[in-house]
Design a protein around this ligand. Sequence first.
Ligand SMILES: NC(=O)C1=CN([C@@H]2O[C@H](COP(=O)(O)OP(=O)(O)OC[C@H]3O[C@@H](n4cnc5c(N)ncnc54)[C@H](OP(=O)(O)O)[C@@H]3O)[C@@H](O)[C@H]2O)[C@@H](O)CC1
Ligand SMILES: Nc1ncnc2c1ncn2[C@@H]1O[C@H](COP(=O)(O)OP(=O)(O)OP(=O)(O)O)[C@@H](O)[C@H]1O
Ligand SMILES: [Mg+2]
Length: 390
Amino acid sequence: MVTRAGAGAAVAATAVVALLSAALALYGPPLDAVLGRAFSLRKVHSVKDMENTLQLVRNIIPPLSSTKHKGQDGRIGVVGGCQEYTGAPYFAAISALKVGADLSHVFCASAAAPVIKAYSPELIVHPVLDSPSAVQEVEKWLPRLHALVIGPGLGRDDALLRNVQGILEASKARDIPVVIDADGLWLVAQQPALIQGYQKAVLTPNHMEFSRLYDAVLRGPVDSDDHHGSVLRLSRALGNVTVVQKGERDILSNGQQVLVCSQEGSSRRCGGQGDLLSGALGVLVHWALLAGPEKTNGGMSDLKLTIWGPKIETGVQTRAQGGCGPTTTPTSPHLPLSPSPQVQPSPGGCIRRLLSHQAVQPPSLPEARSLHHHLRHDRRGGGRLQQALR
Ligand SMILES: NC(=O)C1=CN([C@@H]2O[C@H](COP(=O)(O)OP(=O)(O)OC[C@H]3O[C@@H](n4cnc5c(N)ncnc54)[C@H](OP(=O)(O)O)[C@@H]3O)[C@@H](O)[C@H]2O)[C@@H](O)CC1
Ligand SMILES: Nc1ncnc2c1ncn2[C@@H]1O[C@H](COP(=O)(O)OP(=O)(O)OP(=O)(O)O)[C@@H](O)[C@H]1O
Ligand SMILES: [Mg+2]
């Protein structure tokens, strides 16, 4: 049963991964300053660290106010949902709402629409994705959306993928941040140029999706001895889009920095947990952008290669140094490739530690429901994510 604290921690943790992905994607330096304040080398107590992490997240959550109107704090679109998969787009879209977006749209195939509509009256479901005019239908809504989450439950039907390609092009033309997950990544693996250099794209591959994408873009297998370098290389090869490789440790990179979150999460490996993350990320990317650099002190560029979490791992090394990091000397001054396997203490002599996400409890309905009920209640009680994070 998800406790209030557990729910808060789970949501907070997702928020942290989402926030860091957003900050990596959207800003230059120096989130490091904020992180410097938030994390320290001292023996970390998870509650204390989570409190620091929450402060970082709180910086971007827009305050509730009577002067705001519906939709102002987030209108998120999920592009996905087909005959076989109706749960994934629901999980992504409802997570966006529960994290704190005001409106959540799902653009799906007509067969999936009545099913997803039946799941929740809170979602605005458009049965357009398999329509011949799908791109135009979705394009009508783009001026009113703050971010898109492309892929949950999309499936691999060529006609749908072609429509999604057009939707992605139209979104880029409007500078809309996009989170690309699941079979949206299948499309990107087939046509990497679709997001090449679009730095408002955040990719959230799982283990398998990462291997496929890496192989398609870098023409070779992932170097299993160098996860950090692999994520860095893939991000660089795609023009510094942000890549969040989900796994026992989540590894994030924007082609300049690498963040590793290794906080123990749920050991359940059930379907839907990645969908929850992608939906949450859709809102938080928008909020991070809305908050602006002053709220996150700008972002990441001074952030050194940092290994985050209870187990301090070795730093990434260049191959020349016997390590398995990027093969070329990194152009970025931000990546001090340590000659020794020890992690270089980052500025201020501390090796920061990021307590990040505990994977959301298995989304079996009762637990998810209590989580959702809990956040919803907080939302109504005038608290958004902050309330849930207390
Ligand atoms: N309720 C719904 O509507 C849901 C719908 N969903 C939708 O399903 C679609 C496909 O998404 P997906 O994640 O199931 O397929 P994908 O990632 O291609 O993996 C395929 C194979 O790769 C392997 N494999 C996977 N992980 C691995 C690992 N860590 N380490 C090693 N191997 C690993 C594993 O093969 P195995 O090894 O088990 O034979 C797995 O079977 C997508 O659109 C998504 O949105 C889901 O979101 C769930 C909820
Ligand atoms: N082995 C693991 N141990 C702990 N946490 C994990 C592990 N693998 C993934 N996670 C966490 O679970 C969440 C979902 O990751 P997962 O790999 O299940 O995504 P996914 O396959 O896309 O899920 P979905 O079924 O929704 O598509 C992520 O936050 C990730 O950090
Ligand atoms: Mg997935």
